[in-house]
Each structure stands twice: as structure tokens, then as C-alpha cells.
Design a protein around this ligand. Structure first.
Ligand code: A4P
Ligand code: MG
Length: 176
């Protein structure tokens, strides 16, 4: 785990207020009552002392990416302040996924709810079961569009571009 705090000190500060780390979580659902699943997940995230949800994007209806033989998603992004470590936050996300009835079938397949840790302050984590920033986030409009709504000036600690810059370059690459 590498902490790049000092390198980014003059850029947008996205870490630590009152001992809490600022993190961003991507949410996606394409089964059941999709908006309810996302609202329930947000409520569950913020239900204990150790996590509070400080901002939530709009909900975006998006076409499936990767495995395309499935229904459309609703995607959103949440800003979360937490005293949990990255691994504790991942465990909490996976518990919420299980509690909301997620069953893992195919990779990238249909799901009642998916919670991905997109950014955790400006940490870079590269472990087999935990990679932060989320490895594909910069290639996915369904991640960047909601995230850019609540965190346009936050810096991706590896690519050293803001979320808005990443979204703009993804869109211009697609000729939009
Ligand atoms: N894992 C590693 N890093 C992280 C992280 N930063 N956050 C591990 C969360 N989990 C992380 O995830 C598999 C493993 O990733 C976990 O056990 C955890 O230890 P998963 O949620 O079981 O599987 P997945 O979601 O199918 O895989 P992945 O790679 O997270 O896929 P994505 O990137 O979530 O893509 N199209 C639209 N329009 N909208 C979507 O939301 N989502 C996907 C899934 C595909 N297409 C989509 C959407
Ligand atoms: Mg996932």
C-alpha cells in the first residue's frame, strides 16, 4: 500500500476530516427494483457510526458494458467519510451486497447491487482482492459520469488527472 499524500498536497485534498477518510463508492444495479436497491445500499452504508454518506449523485440509466446479454443498469456514486480501513470498508460493502441478495454468477453479470470502492483518499492499493483506485474506473462512463457530478476536481492518484478530465477524455475518445 502506498500513500501519495505528500505528492498531492497542492492538489485537491480528498483525505481526512475529523479523522475520517474521504472515499468514493460506485453503485450499480440491474435486477429487481434497481433504484430501491441503490437507496437501500446507501442507507445501509450510512447506518453505523463508522461510515457516513456525505453526498450522492443522481441515478443514471446505463447500457450494460462487458457482458451485454443483460438488462440496463442504474448507476450512481456516493461520497463516504469513514474511519474504516480500506479492507474493513470492502468487507462492509460485500456484507451489504449479500444482505441485499446478491448472488455471484458470471463475472460482470446481472446483480441486485454492486458496490465498488473507486477511491479511498489518495491511497493506491494493489492486492489480489483489493485494488484501489478501481482498475477500470477511468474506462467506464457509467462510473465517471456519476462520480464527476460529486467529485469533479478530485485527483485520480495514479493517472494524476481529475475525474472531470478523465470523463472528458473518455467522451472525446468516443467521438462524443
Ligand atoms: N475487488 C478488488 N478491488 C475492489 C474494489 N476497489 N472494490 C474485488 C470492490 N471490490 C474489489 O468483484 C470481484 C472481486 O473484486 C471482489 O471479490 C473484491 O474482492 P465482484 O463485485 O464480485 O465482481 P464484478 O463486479 O463482476 O467484477 P468487477 O471487476 O468489480 O466488475 P465491475 O467493474 O464492477 O463491472 N455495466 C453497466 N452499465 N453498469 C455497471 O455497473 N458493472 C459491471 C461489473 C459490468 N458492466 C456494467 C456494470
Ligand atoms: Mg464489483
Amino acid at each position: 500500500m502506498q500513500n501519495k499524500t505528500s505528492a498531492n498536497i497542492d492538489k485537491t485534498v480528498i483525505f481526512c476530516c475529523n479523522g475520517r477518510m474521504i472515499t468514493y463508492i460506485g453503485l450499480g444495479s440491474n435486477m429487481g427494483d434497481r433504484a430501491k436497491n441503490i437507496n437501500d445500499a446507501v442507507a445501509m452504508l450510512g447506518s453505523a457510526e463508522d461510515v457516513s454518506v456525505s453526498n450522492l449523485s443522481s441515478f443514471y440509466e446505463t447500457e450494460p458494458v462487458g457482458y451485454t446479454d443483460q438488462g440496463p443498469f442504474i448507476n450512481a456514486a456516493a461520497e463516504v467519510n469513514t474511519t474504516l480501513t480500506p479492507r474493513e470498508l470492502l468487507a462492509k460493502c460485500m456484507r451489504i451486497e449479500a444482505d441485499l441478495g446478491r448472488v455471484r454468477t458470471v463475472r460482470w453479470g446481472p446483480r441486485t447491487i454492486d458496490l465498488d470502492i473507486l477511491l479511498y483518499a489518495d491511497l493506491v492499493i494493489d492486492e489480489p482482492d483489493l485494488k484501489v483506485p478501481h482498475p477500470l474506473m477511468h474506462e467506464r462512463e457509467f462510473v465517471l459520469a456519476p462520480l464527476a457530478e460529486i467529485a469533479p476536481d478530485v485527483l485520480h492518484p495514479v493517472l494524476e488527472k481529475t475525474i472531470k478530465e478523465l470523463l472528458d477524455s473518455l467522451r472525446s475518445g468516443k467521438g462524443k
